[in-house]
Write a protein of this length. Sequence first.
Length: 391
Amino acid sequence: MTVNDIAGNTSAAQGSFGPFEVDKAAPSITAPTVSPASPVFGQSVTASYSCADGGSGVVLCGPSGSSQIPPTANTGTLTNPADGTVGTHTFTVNAQDLVGNASAPGSVTYTVGKATPAITWANPTAITYGTALSVLQLNATANVSGSFAYAPAAGTILSPGTQTLSTTFTPSDAADYTTASKSVALVVTQASSTTTITSISPNPGTVGSPVSISVSVGGVAGGVSPSGTVTVNASTGESCSAVISAGGCSITFATSGTRTLTASYGGDTNYLASSATGSVTVNGGDFTITATPSSLTISSGHQAVYTITVTPIAGLTGSVSLSCSGAPQNSTCSVSPSVDNLQGIPAKSTVTLSSNKNVNHGTFTLTFTGTYGTGSIVHSTSVTLKVKGGE
């Protein structure tokens, strides 16, 4: 081989050279991958790839715009940030060797999905029946801005038991985030009920006659009314029961004395049990008082005579004091005997009204009153008296 310069000078012949290998193969590209494999918005997406060349060496390996590197037979694993916006993307790797052989691009297509918001919502503290749901229970939060919709809604009163509260979160950035939901458990306990004995009638009662005990059971505002049965127990063993809506029940006592009454409500699914106490005195019996005749007419200065009959009931024994009221002015009204000692049979007394000459004229109502013992039983009856001028 000889060499000529520009002036035409020729060098002496040189020895033989070769054979020569010509690099015509482009570098190979290991197909790129992305990590994570199924990315969502907010995650860092990284593409990994490598290039190798068995000839002059790789001097370019990477996406468009990558810088050249010193020639190398194998780049090893290289990484680059990839597009992390929501949607479908393609990451492309280009390669070239030292002598300019370029490889067909290697690429990977991947999709970045919308992110799911993270909802924080702990199980609320237990509440009592009748408590309306509020922000104390409906208080979920999210890691992005948006709005919550709750079911059941605020203001709802839940039945006792373990109830499920749910929420759906709608993000303000609907382009990058999906809706999200979460549920928690809320324990609702039974509420207290209030049992009240509203009346005991008659009190005192009498042996053999019913005593009516009126009872009410209250619940909580906003809740349903308590349901079920109320039972009234006497300390002497007698009892009665009725549904709450009946308002009470009656007991007939066979013996006298004072006893304690306990009204007990057993509760229902919404309310706890409750009770109330009262007392009733039962007398050994009763009496009736009647008078005859029912009407008399006298002249001034004359007398009117009536007969009072006191009849015991249920074997009542003891003293009944008798009195007369309503007599006209300038007259006297006396009862004899004024005390009937009952012994289980009717007793009679005579009422004498004596008028003088100047007694008031007209029609009058005389009231005869019987008082048992110290006043535990009092009954009365009335008659009519007409007084006219003297004859």
